[in-house]
Design a protein around this ligand. Sequence first.
Ligand SMILES: Cc1cc2nc3c(=O)[nH]c(=O)nc-3n(C[C@H](O)[C@H](O)[C@H](O)COP(=O)(O)OP(=O)(O)OC[C@H]3O[C@@H](n4cnc5c(N)ncnc54)[C@H](O)[C@@H]3O)c2cc1C
Length: 388
Amino acid sequence: MKIIIVGGGFGGLTTAKALAGTDADITLVDRTNHHLFQPLLYQVATAALAPGDIAVPIRSVFSRQKNVNVLMGDVTSIDRKGKKVILSDGRELPYHIMVMAPGARHSYFGNDNWEQHAPGLKTLADALQLREHLLRAYETAENLGMNSGRRDVDDSGYRLSVPSETTDLAPWLTFVVVGGGPTGVELAGAIAEISKRTMMKDFRHITPEMTRIILVEGQSRILTSYAPPLSELAKKSLERLGVEVLTGDMVKQVDESGVMTTNGFIASKTVIWAAGNQASPLLKSLDTDLDKAGRVRVVENLSLPDDPDIFVIGDAAVFNSSDGILPGIAPVAMQQARFVAAVINARMKGTVPPVRFRYNDKGSMATIGRGKAIAEFGRLSSAVHPPG
Ligand SMILES: Cc1cc2nc3c(=O)[nH]c(=O)nc-3n(C[C@H](O)[C@H](O)[C@H](O)COP(=O)(O)OP(=O)(O)OC[C@H]3O[C@@H](n4cnc5c(N)ncnc54)[C@H](O)[C@@H]3O)c2cc1C
């Protein structure tokens, strides 16, 4: 049976792996040649990890799994009537069963022109671009400090204080992260680590005190998917790292000079978008019911309501479990992938397929800086600190 899997992320990759040793004839299509471990993207963006540490060639993952053919290509549409997947170069891939796992991009809530000034973090290219931007911001500020004759180290090497409100430097040393979900929190913490601790000792004309890291969240607390006491703990931990956490503050406008929020204007040369997701635009070509975030409303076995041969999983799907809508996280995508593989396998063997997907929530964790994290496992919640 010919199976096409669109996307080599957590969902697509896990589906193909779970079909190892079966009669499935699988083609896995991804527009990149690598599987990306997105949860550690912020570490690449802040130069704590190298790109190779979080990306693995999809081809190498399946080098020994003979029933998988890996294809690098951009899927542009789906021809449901003809049962074909269409690629941007005109190639057409026929399928008996298709598994869609193309993930999501950022949502700018209808303000797509903000993207150029406030890029998000989803791909390796995004992370490398942000890394370069962060490094250039520090270097530019250092140069501005040097050119203006300011010097914060005297001849004996002692650091003198430099006024932080210096207008020309401030926007270069003000880093705004929009969105207080796990990605925004982790990113703000990591930028604070490098700005307030690791990097600054190498500069002569800028100091940690001159840097500002601001996390802007529209809701009344950060990390709303966690219990309120954990949100509060995370906020305190961020503040201890030097992050200014602004809650109940909505972004109104972003341009090259900074961000306008409900509470005023923040001059910044670095604004990073970590608020909101929009599922892959490719899903529109399925001509099926989508939610506001562009995700496909799947039925209980994760297929389309009117097409048992098309499954949609991971960030691209919206699934109503008994606990509400499942979050866009890696364990959901992976468990859905294994479920769909079991359905496909049963169909190939002529046995009774599983009927309803059930998510087994093993908990979640958000890291704050290098040494702290908050975690929630069922009804258990805790703050994790390093020893010592
Ligand atoms: C910065 C960041 C931090 C995160 N942190 C966590 C965390 O700590 N814990 C957690 O559980 N989850 C985390 N997540 C969420 C998690 O990564 C996603 O839920 C998960 O990746 C979803 O898997 P997926 O297979 O649906 O999509 P993805 O993993 O996004 O994979 C989609 C794949 O489809 C490919 N693709 C897309 N469109 C096309 C097309 N048209 N043609 C061909 N290929 C295409 C893409 O190249 C990509 O490889 C984080 C996400 C981000 C961005």
